[in-house]
Design a protein around this ligand. Structure first.
Ligand code: SF4
Length: 956
């Protein structure tokens, strides 16, 4: 029988063989009597695997370099004196290989005995028992005890290391295979661990035996997943059950927009541990700390389990649940929450919404849908607001992160989404990252970028005011002043055009309005741009040349670009940059916005926006309106609704009187929190549907308990437009229900039955009304999902957009002038504040701050200050600083670091006790209505003792 191998790794490097198709060059050999044909350079191990022959191995891992140290994979090669390690030995024509001869088995047995002699054989209590490779091979070879005696590990001489919150390290069980060391350096690029000492004392260690949290370790947990024995274990799972007792369900991560696959191991209704498959997923065996260790919030005792209704008390005192880390107790609005049945709660919501609608019309009711919820739930929510309530006042947090992307890319290209796919990044010649702290906000995409640079030699350009982690592997760092992005990009394009580096053919055949654009851009000379941005002109010229001369260049950006009053201009400018060099519509190129939340792409796709129905079909278009009226059997409003910030501000003059928020926490996520607080207080009626009693829920009249991502099924769409299946892992706690079920029951009470029986049924309806999702069904989404557009049931999905033709026909060049931010530093507020995320927390902290391990690693909010500014302000590392803007004051711990530019301070918005959004500016981009989170003016001083005490109190 013949086997032909394609796309197999050469010595662990899969990418070298991508696309290999020349059958004439295949090498023919024989393995255990079978004829096999493989590519030249493939190892015997892989050739055997293709022939269905599994060769035992301990030190070899598929994506890391082979070490051939365990010698378990040895095979006999005819004509060779010694046995060959199949994991490293390449095939050759006519080779005859035998994998199970007596000599081979004897050698393997001897090697196993040697490994076992230096291994703590405590399989009875070992957490890995049942999935340990050494245990498996010892069983297969019938070895219960080694004939050798080892002096160290087998006698438990190494202290068990449990100093960090996530990983238990027991090096008495370590067999020194080195997989964890290689995974850490080759897959995670951290190099937090290495070999230490020699001989019997040899062990895996951190430099100077430091606790893991004091090393570059990012707690991705990849070391645990590659460890073939029980030396590394998830701390959370210890003594919670044996491997064979766990039920494993595959689903999608609820944190960022990467869309990693999570295998949830559960027992008795509790999450025990999380792993991820090595193949067929976005994550490719990697997870970040939040996906690996940050899911335990679903088991948290503060989960909402029953509906709550605010009832007035004589004293007006607050009541409700006890305080959570990052949450508040009781009702900020006065009165107290009392438990209610679903009937009581939903009857009250229906009654109040009907009353307000009858008295003031549907336009005074606003709804916030959720990027945390499924596509099906977002579809049902916007349908509820439009068909049941009768308004287009529906929006969600995309308004706060990427509405400028949707507006800008739709205008330039005709489609407001990431143009290319995550995996294509690895094969780009040049990657231009701007306004994206990718390794912290989108860690798995950060790994792809590092892999492109470190493994495939891509050139990385980073344009960011902060010295983010990616700067460490970049060829060039452009450190522009926050809010000067348009000037910087125009400067690069001026150089490209001046030096004739543009793609003339692409411009002529694929685009329009080039001359208008050119007339503006040519005014941005490097000298002028240096003055505006602070970036030396030499670097602007170098960046322009590197980007324009690359065979394929990919732009990655995120909220550093979008969250400005000029957010749409920034996006249009990046689109210009890609078009002028012909870097759109091809593999490994494009303009790639990284979406922040797990399903923010899906929430946009499914019409949780005030101006479009699902599939970006315009609300104001009469034919579209008619189509949805017919399908939904409802009369729909032709007037686009209000955005998130407009709805909240609308409470100030009675334009908005009631709101329904599903899985959103505007109290912490919106700018200018002091104003948001007053806006929430001004509402006549507020419904909050969520999994925890969030800060916003403190202002609610009714709180409805929702199921978390792990307790329902449906689909999420990740940042690369990939629609993936979410599977139910556990039952919701108490009386909590899936959001779509709650909405269905409420709609029925309002006289519009939405009695869906499953998410598959909802997806069928979506596919019928949403051309870009036309070919989707839950059945088709098994496996690796589908990327939209996928217009029909035969369509395979679209890895990259605008091939041959833009969605709008020709790509549109837009002349964009630089406009300064709405608020700049001045004599009174001399510093510039910018905000962002950190690896260990997410968004408003509702989920991540309820995970003990994440909280232990990063318990406090902080403000980063450059040493020059810190010296002037007499602030030292660890001092409490008071930061004040025109909108409010917060206190936070000082971190003195050169990561921030002089004159710029940085804060995260995860911490309610140091809420950066008290300070941020709610000035809006005129097109996308996105607030200017990324720039505002502040003053900083050392906090007084009283303020320090207040900050401590707020934390506890
Ligand atoms: Fe989850 Fe994003 Fe981390 Fe992947 S990178 S595990 S999707 S948080």
């Amino acid at each position: 029988m013949r086997y032909v191998l394609l796309n197999l790794p050469i010595r662990g490097n899969r990418s070298q063989l991508e696309g290999y198709r020349d059958m004439r060059e295949l090498v023919k050999l024989t393995i255990d009597g079978q004829e096999v044909r493989v590519q030249p350079g493939v190892t015997i191990y892989w050739a055997a695997k293709a022939a269905g022959i599994e060769i035992p191995h301990l030190c070899y891992g598929e994506d890391i370099h082979p070490l051939s140290s365990c010698r378990l994979c040895v095979v006999e090669v005819e004509g060779m004196k010694n046995l060959a390690a199949s994991c490293t030995y390449p095939v050759s024509a006519g080779m005859v290989v035998r994998t199970t001869t007596e000599r081979v088995q004897k050698a393997r047995r001897l090697n196993l005995e040697l490994i076992l002699s230096d291994h703590d054989v405590s399989c009875i209590t070992c957490e890995k028992s049942g999935s340990c490779s050494l245990e498996k091979y010892a069983y297969e070879f019938g070895i219960s005890e080694s004939i050798f005696t080892g002096p160290d590990r087998a006698k438990n001489v190494f202290p068990i290391k449990e100093e960090n919150p996530f990983i238990v390290r027991d090096y008495n069980k370590c067999i020194l295979c080195g997989r964890c060391v290689l995974a850490c350096s080759e897959l995670q690029f951290d190099s937090a661990i290495d070999y230490a000492d020699r001989g019997f004392k040899a062990h895996i260690s951190t430099a100077f035996d430091r606790p893991l949290q004091d090393t570059p370790c990012e707690f991705c947990g990849r070391c645990i997943s590659v460890c073939p024995v029980g030396a590394l274990t998830e701390k959370e799972r210890v003594k919670k059950g044996r491997e064979w007792e766990f039920e494993v369900t595959s689903t999608i991560c609820p944190y960022c927009g990467c869309g990693c696959t999570l295998e949830m191991h559960t027992k008795d209704g509790k999450l025990i541990k999380v792993t991820t498959p090595a193949k067929g997923t976005v994550s490719k065996g990697n997870l970040c700390v939040k996906g690996k260790f940050g899911i335990y919030y679903i088991n948290h005792p503060e989960r909402l389990t029953t509906p709550l209704i605010r009832k007035a008390t004589k004293s007006g005192a607050s009541g409700g649940k006890p305080a959570a880390k990052g949450g508040t107790s009781g009702a900020a609005k006065g009165g107290e929450f009392v438990e209610a049945s679903w009937d009581e709660a939903l009857d009250l919501v229906a009654k109040r919404l009907r009353e307000i609608k009858d008295k003031h019309g549907p336009g005074v009711i606003g709804g916030l849908s959720s990027a945390k919820c499924t596509n099906e739930e977002n579809y049902v929510f916007q349908k509820f607001m439009r068909a049941v309530i009768g308004t287009n006042n529906v929006d969600h947090c995309a308004r706060l992160c990427h509405s400028s992307t949707v507006a800008g890319l739709a205008k330039a290209f005709g489609s407001g989404a990431m143009t290319n796919s995550i995996t294509e990044l690895r094969f780009a010649d040049c990657i231009f990252v701007t306004g994206s702290n990718t390794t912290e906000a989108h860690p798995i995409i950060g790994l792809e970028i590092k892999a492109a640079v470190k493994k495939n030699g891509a050139t990385l350009i980073v344009a960011d005011p902060r010295e983010i982690d990616l700067v460490g592997v970049a060829a060039l760092h452009l450190r522009q002043r926050s809010g000067t992005d348009v000037a910087l990009f125009n400067g690069m394009m001026q150089v490209i055009l001046s030096e004739g580096l543009e793609d003339k053919d692409f411009i002529e055949k694929r685009t329009e309005d080039f001359e208008k654009f050119k007339a503006v851009v040519m005014q941005y000379t490097p000298e002028k741009v240096e003055k505006i941005t602070g970036v030396p002109k030499e670097k602007i010229i170098q960046a322009a040349r590197l980007y324009a001369r690359a065979g394929s260049a990919s732009i990655i950006y995120s909220m550093g670009i979008t969250q400005h009053t000029t957010g749409t201009d920034n996006v249009l400018s990046l689109a210009n940059l890609a078009m002028v060099t012909g870097n759109v519509g091809k593999k490994s190129t494009g303009v790639n916005p990284l979406r922040g939340q797990n399903n923010v792409q899906g929430a946009c796709d499914l019409g949780a926006l005030p101006n479009v129905y699902p599939g970006y079909q315009q609300v104001a278009n009469p034919q579209v309106k008619e189509k949805f009226e017919k399908a939904w059997q409802a009369s729909l409003s032709p007037v686009p609704g209000l955005t998130v910030v407009e709805m909240l501000h609308g409470t100030e003059d009675g334009k908005i009187r009631a709101m329904y928020t599903m899985g959103e926490n505007p109290f912490l996520s919106d700018p200018n929190i002091n104003r948001v607080k007053k806006d929430l207080e001004a509402l006549e009626f507020l419904v909050v549907q969520d999994i925890f009693l969030s800060d916003t829920a403190q202002y609610a009249d009714v709180v409805l308990p929702a199921a978390s991502f792990a307790e329902k099924d449906g689909t999420f769409t990740n940042t690369e437009r990939r629609v993936q299946l979410l599977r139910k892992v556990l039952d919701p706690p108490g009386k909590a229900k899936a959001d779509w079920q709650i909405l269905g029951e409420l709609a029925a009470r309002l006289g519009y039955p939405m009695s869906y029986t499953s998410t598959a049924e909802i997806m069928e309806e979506i596919a019928g009304l949403t051309p870009i999702y036309g070919g989707m069904s839950l059945n088709r989404l098994q496996g690796f999902g589908l990327q939209w557009p996928c217009p029909d049931r035969e369509h395979p999905g679209t890895p990259y957009l605008h091939k041959g033709m833009f969605s709008r026909g020709r790509g549109l060049f837009n002349p964009v002038e630089y406009i300064p931010p709405a608020e700049e530093p001045d004599a009174e507020y001399p510093l510039l504040l910018t905000t962002g995320r950190i690896l260990y927390h997410f968004h408003t902290g509702t989920m991540s701050r309820r995970v003990d391990g994440l909280h232990a690693i990063r318990p406090d909010g902080f403000v980063e200050i450059h040493p020059d500014d810190a010296a002037v302000l007499k602030l030292s590392d660890g001092d409490m600083a008071q930061i004040t803007s025109r909108r409010g004051t917060v206190t936070a711990k000082t971190v003195v670091t050169e990561r921030s530019r002089p004159g710029t301070v940085f804060m995260t918005f995860h911490y309610r006790e140091a809420a950066a959004n008290i300070l941020t500016n709610d000035a809006l981009d005129p097109v996308a209505k996105i607030p200017e989170f990324k720039v505002c003016a502040v003053k900083v001083k050392k906090a007084s003792a009283g303020k320090k005490k207040e900050a401590v109190k707020a934390r506890t």
